[in-house]
Design a binder for this molecule. Sequence first.
Ligand code: FO1
Length: 311
Amino acid sequence: MRVTALAGGFGGARFLAGVVAEGHEVTAVVNTGDDLWLHGLKVCPDLDTVMYTLGGGISAERGWGREGETFAVSGELAAYGFGPAWFGLGDRDLATHLIRTQLLEAGQSLTDVTAALCARWRPGVTLLPMTDDRVETHVVVDDPETGTRHAIHFQEWWVRHRAALPAHAIVPVGAEEAKPTPAVLQAISDAEIVLLPPSNPVVSIGTVLAVPGIRDALLAADARIVGVSPIVGGSPVRGMAAECLTAIGVETSAQGVAAHYGARSAGGLLDGWLVDSSDPCEVEGIAVGALPLLMTDLDATRAIVRAAIAL
Ligand code: FO1
């Protein structure tokens, strides 16, 4: 089937591997709110995580960046006192950012640049940034030293502080002015089914939905929309979804996230919602399916994909 998925980084990439393995024709609309400019280079963590994971280049142990990575350049930058030391830019990964930055500066869109990079990695999906415009997720925190309230880039909150600083707000800066690309809108209207992988519902899928026009396109689509809970056994499988959900006042549960996305019949997004067998979930207007949701290996992920499509 023609499947369109809204995806973030690690969880989204693993889920997409299952959709591809099931033989579907997949378009991934990927969050770019985690993107950052570093040393003059454009870094796109979620696009790269999906591209490297599906293209076979991902570091299995980190879940981001390249397999067999070295950090010589990062070490040299640190020796010059050129930070931020807390963000690990690998030597192999740098090649991706050098090419992306050059092509962007030559006037190519992020969509075209992503396609050019995928010519090497051949991820088996059409990889689309949610927009070609600049959207950057910033997090409002109280500075641990001075106590002053200020916004920091998502990556500083996520990587430097491990989301340990309570987030007073999570803001996709630039989202209001951003536009979905024509390719994104086409992928949503062409889809036979739309899947919401178990990516972070706030900073990954939530940021994609913050781009004006994407939510409306989903509601207007013929395709059914089925989501997969990122909360298993009452807690997130990986990452800091709990801190993100708390920041926006949503309960960290399969039920809480389903209610947050909402039932399509009530103006929300979901026709169906897959939960782990251990998580109760009952939301008016949403068909709920339950099965083991841990993507322990490709076969487990494929079973989840089949269950989502069956639902
Ligand atoms: N995550 C970390 O926890 N530490 C890092 O040093 C780090 C570096 C990094 C470099 C490139 C890249 O594409 C991703 C990187 N990530 C790192 C992961 C990144 O913070 C997350 O992938 C997303 O932003 C959340 O999905």
